[in-house]
Design a protein. Structure first.
Length: 51
């Protein structure tokens, strides 16, 4: 299954056995964010807390 990251627009292939695939399947209306962007958002949120 191919999904598009809502942040960077990159197409990502999700394996049917992966946790992300289950997540997208269960909530298809929920925007998909790739691992790279998730990590970046998480680290940005972390650095914002320190300001
Ligand atoms: Zn992304």
């Amino acid at each position: 299954m191919e999904v598009k990251c809502q942040v960077c627009g990159k197409s990502v292939m999700l394996e049917t056995w992966s946790a992300e695939y289950e997540h997208v399947k269960q909530s298809p209306q929920h925007p998909f964010i790739c691992q790279t962007c998730q990590d970046r958002i998480r680290s940005e949120a972390k650095s914002n807390q320190h300001l």
